[in-house]
Design a protein around this ligand. Structure first.
Ligand SMILES: [Zn+2]
Length: 236
């Protein structure tokens, strides 16, 4: 089954979602060659959840996006972080200042986001120390976006985490996978702490029922992502 790397067709530009209730925030990409997909997801009530926050300065684009869609910044009540790298955590401090949201990360990654101890692996470390509100562990469920299950997926970084919505079969995969040439690939070695761990993590989440694979760089794959995900895992 072909996979889609494109958002919904929307000639009027009225519906900004890539999936119902799931937005890909415009304007946070540092360049056309380096996409950074910050996702804004509707909760069942009146609130919203952000997945990752982009590079330092991204609060300007995130604030503009919220204003454009008439979403009050304070209705963003939670920010879930996939991992420590600066292009995911750089906007945390200022986006929290804007929204007053609670922040969540795996307990292992939370220490590195706080720079205690400083992270010495590949990829850029956090721009500044940040203390998350809630430290997660594998198997936790976060009351966000209708209930997201925490999957500790080490490899790209030690505490890298993917967030999975079981009913909607949506996997927010952070940098465990990148989108490349219209299909998912495993995190690339130059930015990966430990590739064998990433392989084990990829095999694990490929066993989930996934319809939408929402990657951070490249992609996202909004429909039919399970088959290519399983095909990738079979090659690892
Ligand atoms: Zn990364």
């Amino acid at each position: 089954m072909p996979i889609s790397a494109a958002p919904f067709a929307d000639p009027e530009g009225v519906v900004p979602e890539i999936l119902p209730g799931v937005h890909q925030v415009d304007g946070v990409d540092p360049s056309p060659d380096f996409t950074t997909h910050v996702y804004l997801v509707k909760d069942p009530g009146l609130t919203w959840t952000l997945i990752d926050t982009g590079l330092p300065g991204s609060e300007v684009a995130i604030g503009a996006y919220l204003a454009k869609h008439q979403i009050a910044p304070t209705s963003v009540s939670k920010i879930l972080v996939t991992h420590l790298h600066r292009d995911h955590t750089g906007g945390l401090k200022e986006v929290v200042r804007l929204t007053h949201a609670k922040t969540y990360a795996h307990w292992l990654e939370a220490a590195f986001i706080q720079c205690d101890p400083p992270y010495d692996g590949p990829g850029s470390p956090p721009a500044e120390p940040f203390e998350v509100t809630e430290r997660l562990k594998d198997g936790d469920t976060v009351d966000a976006a209708g209930g997201l299950v925490v999957y500790h997926t080490p490899g790209h970084t030690p505490g890298h985490t993917a967030y999975y919505h079981p009913e909607r079969k949506i996997l927010f995969s952070g940098d465990l996978f990148f989108g490349d040439g219209g299909k998912p690939i495993l995190t690339v070695p130059d930015y990966t702490h430990h590739t064998p761990s990433a392989i084990v993590s990829a095999r694990r989440v490929a066993q989930l029922r996934v319809e939408s694979l929402l990657t951070y760089h490249g992609g996202p794959f909004v429909k039919g992502a399970g088959a290519p995900l399983r095909a990738l895992a079979a090659t690892l």
